[in-house]
Ligand binder design. Sequence first.
Ligand code: ADP
Ligand code: ZN
Length: 727
Amino acid sequence: MPKTILKVAVSTPLNQLFDYLPTAEAEPTPGQRVRIPFGHREQTGVIVAHTDQTDVPISKLRTVLAVLDTEPLLDKPLLKLLQWAASYYQHPPGEVFATALPTALRQGAQPVIPKSYQWRITPTGQEAHTRKLAKNAKVQSLLLDALSKATVLPEEALRELHSSWSKVMPALADKGWAQREVAAVADLAPEYEQGPILTDKQVTAIAGVPAEGFHPCLLQGVTGSGKTEVYLQLIEQQITAGRQSLVLVPEIGLTPQLLDRFKCRVRGKVVAMHSGLTDNQRLQAWVAAYNGSADVIIGTRSAIFTPLPRPGLIVIDEEHDGSYKQQDGFRYSARDLAVYRAQQLTIPIVLGSATPAFETLNNAIEGRYKHLHLPERPGSAKQPDIHMIDLRQHPLHEGLSQPLIATIEKHLQANGQVLIYLNRRGFAPTLLCPTCGITQECNRCDARMVLHQQRHRLICHHCGAERSRIESCPECQTKLVPVGHGTERLEAALEALFPDYPLVRIDRDTTRRRGSMETMLKAIRAGESRILLGTQMLTKGHDFPNVTLVGIIDSDQGLFGTDFRSGERLAQSILQVSGRAGRGERPGEVWIQTWYPDHPLLKILLKQGYDAFAAEGLAERLASGWPPFSHIALLRAESIKRGPLFHFLDQARSCGTHWQDNGIRMLGPASSPMEKRSGRFRGQLLVQSSNRGQLKQFLRSWRAAISQLPEARKTRWSLDIDPVELF
Ligand code: ADP
Ligand code: ZN
């Protein structure tokens, strides 16, 4: 009989699992971690499966050194999810598994607090009890009797009832009379903060999400319409039913404020999972989810891999947000995996947004997702009015037009807070010589160096290169002039115009220190800051009830993008920023500065709203065959020399040509929109198919063929499945 062989995921870039023999003492099960010899070192790995077949001669197989866990850390559904993800995203399984575990566990930390289990009597079991079917088996009868009275009993209680409980309970399970499950926390807080009285629309939305079964739902609600209240209610229902909820939020959306809101509003235990935690905090949160003591897990992207032993609900807040897609290494989409996971666990999933991704919206339109709506804000709060300022008619003073300056003044005098949005940090994006026209470029990228005045530095925002600021042109000694505006420059302009009103600037430069963002947000909420200036960081998800004016300094950046998604992104960012205005009692308004007030994208968005905008956008996608009406993958490559890069991409294309009759289209190779970055040339090849299964099949064999190319070893390359950035 063949010996059991363990297939182990080891964190390496190699696209395979590794075969090991179990120790003589124990045969560990899939999901447990093992210490293994790997090359000349020792590593921690996770057992993915048992097998009796291997390509390695049995005599060469090495034996695991130790089994680290007494029970699987990853349960069967998680193991399956991770294997599916590795295969779907064409990524080495070892790295995929590494993503799913907190660092401490990845490195072999022990032990993990074991789960506590309980047993529940089934309806069949109740019937068996009534009909005294177990009367001839004394212990069975005793345990069934106790279970029938209590419905659910923790294992400690069963242990006290009879010493051979651990043998007898599985026998009851085999008969379908009882089932084992991870115990919920016994003591739920009796008191918690009451929420507002829900609006009819909220009540309808909540009723629209079934408590059980796989039901993907799109909750489309305008900004400030009370989506979070809907999530809180649904979570509460799950807690009552003894089930866990997993809530994903965008990368910078997980503020202590949001966490507090959840903590005081739900009765159960809430834990957070995000990159701002220490390794130990992450471990604690993971363990709480794993052993079932956490009722609600709120986290950013990678929290999608958190164990859910008693799964109830998944919520994806701001589901359109770009941060759900990992942009390097294991390029997964947490949103898409979440839908897969909900299906796998047969639980409902709610995707919430004011501006759903076109893909998601299309799923709702075509009936695959249930479409729930919150069309207005509760109470007296109204959606803000949006106005455009035509920059062809209003000259700019330090980036600000006269109508905007006047409006800011009006709102400040009326005691409102003003939010100014400019998604460009630094002082000025360009430093120009007015005589010879030379700009300061990055030596390593096709990009200009951004002037950071306060630090006297020129910084490349693409590769991070820095040099000191120069005052005059190296060619002709003319004094250089900063052109264009970043947040730093706008800050100076606003402070000069409104010296009496405290201003806070929130961007990556001002929030570098841990905790600084939180201090600033506090000052905003306390009303100490009156002018809030910032990039996207300031606008995502925050609830500032006293903001009555939002000013968008430059809406035009996204109007002429090359990516088929630029229009969608522009609309999302305009509406999301606008949504910060008028969330409280006082009405809000939004003023947008643009050179193109007649641009069709802006017009349809502002006159007819997001749905009309999206309908138009989807029609265009359909006509040109872009997602969601096709599926795409991107082969990205980079190299220090341009020649070998394109040679590689040409070769890669040749490897795939014979698939073209099978509905696979290849576009390229082409240079990336920014061809040189960090000293490397970058190019890409886009693959498209109308059939997802076919594309997946193609990618598997194509990837294998590409890795055999001699050029593949001289080039850095990667595959991005369902890319959201096309460069
Ligand atoms: P969203 O998640 O859609 O942006 P929130 O749930 O954060 O919206 O709600 C926006 C604001 O409206 C919050 O201050 C919230 O407390 C308040 N709110 C939500 N629902 C109600 C309601 N039914 N009655 C009164 N206020 C509400
Ligand atoms: Zn650079």
